[in-house]
Design a protein around this ligand. Structure first.
Ligand code: 5GP
Ligand code: MN
Length: 329
């Protein structure tokens, strides 16, 4: 990581804006709130911006009520932190607000990050942006109280799929251990994030899986969801988070693809076992991590599905990750 300390900017500014990505997940929300609460403890005025609704399942997070804000005012100058965004397009309709700030601090862990900030704290070896915020706060001797710790634990737990994905490292576990010492209950967090969902989610999953498709080698599995399917059950788009894993988890399947077709294009979620899907997402203007990536593609649902599946089919071998899933080191 570059040389940057929170202490150095604390003298200069009385307020900070924190922005995070569209369709926010636990890492986006938890990292932003943790940083926000920490800076608030030092007497700073903080606002946290996200262009999309925060999914209901994160409403238990400390700070969400005070800090979360949809529409920035007429900021002029000042410092903005941008968290968990690989590029500025990830800010959605808030992207244009960024030009108003003097200093942009980009804190992220995506390998596809394009270093859009004046300061770029980008570390793809970190499992989550939450890990980077933990280190930043610790380096500057911030008191990691219960509220900050819970947000960081949610961030880390969320991006590691509850400490089970390949991105989980000894550092991830050490940080999680320190957070548990602050009194976090891991069972409650895991229940809130992964093991509880509204009935609408399971109805939507049922209808989605009914349209499951596989390529001829059965290495690629996909299914699609559209706005009408969500409307039928009053489901939110965030309720699809995790659906793609059912596809990737099928024995023999290397890549799972979830298409969400909307009037504003098709949002594509990619998950893999041994294929670098970040490279595939990048060919469509998206990005992400080697085993979890996404992009938006325009066209009719049929065209989009054909284009994406054909591209994956034709590039399976060249995108194979050198470290296949194995128990060997
Ligand atoms: P998900 O499938 O959960 O929406 O996204 C998986 C991963 O891919 C996340 O790390 C997310 O940041 C990244 N991702 C998803 N969609 C996009 C996109 O349109 N552009 C970029 N750059 N990254 C994306
Ligand atoms: Mn993240």
């Amino acid at each position: 990581m570059m040389n940057f300390s929170l202490l150095s900017v604390l003298h200069k500014y009385n307020s900070f804006s924190i922005f995070t990505h569209i369709r926010p997940d636990g890492d986006a929300i938890g990292s932003s709130l943790a940083l926000g609460i920490a800076l608030m403890q030092r007497g700073k005025k903080i606002r946290v911006f996200c262009s999309d609704q925060i999914p209901a399942k994160y409403s238990f997070l400390p700070g969400i009520e005070q800090l979360h804000d949809f529409s920035p005012g007429k900021e002029k100058g000042g410092l903005a932190f941008i968290l968990d965004c690989s590029d500025l397009d990830r800010l959605g309709k808030l992207k244009d607000r960024i030009a108003a700030f003097d200093v942009i601090v980009n804190i992220d862990h995506h390998i596809t990050n394009n270093h859009f900030g004046h300061v770029n704290l980008v570390d793809p070896s970190a499992a989550s942006t939450g890990e980077l915020i933990f280190k930043l706060l610790q380096e500057s001797n911030f008191d990691l109280n219960y509220e900050i710790s819970l947000n960081l634990y949610v961030a880390i737990s969320s991006d590691t799929g509850s400490f089970k994905y390949e991105n989980t490292t000894p550092q991830t576990m050490r940080i999680a251990g320190e957070l548990l010492e602050k009194g976090i209950n891991p069972a409650v967090v895991s229940q809130k994030l992964f093991d509880e969902y509204p009935l609408s989610t399971i109805f939507l999953l049922r209808d989605s899986l009914a349209g499951l498709e596989l390529n001829h080698t059965r290495e690629i599995a996909w299914m699609s969801v559209n706005e009408e399917m969500l409307k039928k059950y009053g489901a939110e788009p965030s309720e699809m988070d995790g659906f793609v894993n059912y596809l990737k988890n099928i024995s023999g399947v290397e890549v799972g693809v979830l298409f969400y077709h909307t009037a504003e294009g098709s949002k594509i979620g990619l998950r893999s076992k041994t294929i670098d899907v970040a490279l595939i997402a990048q060919t469509f203007g998206g990005g992400g991590h080697p085993r979890a990536a996404g992009c938006t593609v325009f066209g009719s649902p049929r065209e989009v599905e054909k284009k994406v599946i054909d591209t994956i089919n034709n590039s399976l071998e060249e995108n194979r990750l050198s470290t296949a899933n194995t128990f060997n080191r």
